[in-house]
Design a binder for this molecule. Structure first.
Ligand code: KIV
Ligand code: ZN
Length: 384
């Protein structure tokens, strides 16, 4: 495959699981982890081992189970966190410790009551210590979205020197605009000494609905890892949605970016996560929503029946959806009615269709949606 490979770092089981009420037990986490590995994620963030004995157990069990992806555990820039994460990740074939600290003025002043220099020292110490356990260290500069770029570059340079292999640039509060986030990545690419030794990673939250756009802007400007969750679940308005970034890169070959994801598993994976977490997927959710490939207005239906590409920019099969749906409502036209009737064995000529369509509209005004079982009743009522 030509082009630039963007690694997919899935954090459904860590940042995604921070959704209130969506706590998963180890058994369900293992089922999801196995599916994510099959899906082809490059890195699987399994949890925050020091946060609870249950999370430790889950990270350890996932580390034993996962065959292909690197398994990652989150820590604060705290020695004990790092030791516990290293312990939980021990059985992993390929382990990564994800450590970091807040770098924005507001985090430094209010959360840490510290100075920039003290934060820098703590960042270096955390990475150096983590490096004594595993080779692969990802450093996150929390609230990087609101961190001054010059200070951020200083932090990045220092942690690369200390051994960081990946630099996570989180827009923790979902504040950045795509142009601004892309420019931040570009600035780091151009101003951090040693940047070629590390991978820049996008980690965007969706507070203003910009997580996907920001992650893509980051990749366009040189980031080679995107952190995301299935269905975009996560704290507050959620994280970048895995299925969205993957399909944007696939459907826009001009970007020259590609991933290792088996897109045919996207729909089923979305449903699995939704079921296990008890988090319904909104019907109009891009890629995996129930209506993502459903057409209900007459003009669109006529176009799709003639050629799917008139109103669809993706083949539903590519994301694991069986086919586009032609939904019958009072806004549907004759073409849709004829199409659905034919699918269940009724071939209607033009005159018959006119009569049945009149009856159909009466039905459809009374009922939100017309199902296959209603069609024979409508045909009978039309008297043909
Ligand atoms: O949003 C964020 O900043 C995070 C970090 C802990 C990586 O989730
Ligand atoms: Zn986050």
């Amino acid at each position: 495959m030509s082009g630039n490979r963007v690694e997919i770092f899935d954090t459904t089981l860590r940042d995604g699981e921070q959704v209130p009420g969506c706590k998963l037990d180890t058994q369900n986490k293992l089922i999801i982890a196995e599916r994510l590995d099959e899906l082809g994620v490059d890195v699987l963030e399994a949890g925050f081992p020091i946060s609870s004995p249950g999370d430790f157990k889950s990270v350890e069990a996932i580390s034993k189970l996962v065959k292909n992806a690197r398994v990652c555990g989150l820590t604060r820039a705290v020695k004990k966190d790092i030791e516990v994460a290293a312990q939980a990740l021990k059985p992993a074939k390929r382990a990564r410790i994800h450590t970091g600290i807040g770098t924005s003025d507001s985090h430094i002043k209010y959360k840490f009551k510290a100075t920039q220099d003290e934060i820098l020292e703590r960042a270096i110490a955390a990475v150096s210590y983590a490096k004594t356990f595993v080779e692969d260290i990802e450093f996150y500069a929390e609230d990087a979205g609101r961190t001054d770029n010059v200070f951020l570059a200083r932090v990045c340079e220092a942690v690369i020197k200390a051994g960081a292999t990946v630099l996570n640039i989180p827009d923790t509060t979902g504040y950045c605009l795509p142009e601004e986030y892309g420019a931040k990545i570009k600035f780091l690419k151009e101003n951090v000494k040693g940047i070629d030794k590390a991978t820049l990673s996008c980690h965007c939250h969706n507070d203003l609905g910009l997580a996907t756009a920001n992650s893509i802007a980051g990749a366009i400007n040189g980031a080679r890892q995107i952190e995301c969750t299935i269905n975009g679940i996560g704290e507050r308005a959620g994280n970048t949605s895995l299925e969205e970034v993957v399909m944007i890169m696939r459907q826009h070959p001009g970007l020259n970016l590609y991933t290792n994801i088996n897109t045919k598993l996207l729909y089923d994976t979305s449903r699995l996560v939704s079921d296990k977490m008890g988090m319904p997927v909104q019907p109009n959710k891009a890629i995996v929503g129930a209506n993502a490939f459903a057409h209900s207005s007459g003009i669109h239906q006529d176009g799709v029946i003639k050629n799917r590409e008139t109103y669809e920019i993706m083949d539903p099969h590519d994301v694991g959806v069986n086919e586009s749906a032609i939904v019958l409502t009072a806004r549907s036209g004759r073409a849709a009615l004829a199409y659905r009737a034919k699918n269940i064995g009724y071939e209607l000529d033009k005159l018959q269709l006119d009569k049945v369509y009149e009856e159909f509209l009466l039905f459809a005004d009374r009922q939100k949606e017309i199902n296959d079982e209603d069609i024979p009743k409508i045909i009978k009522a039309s008297g043909i």
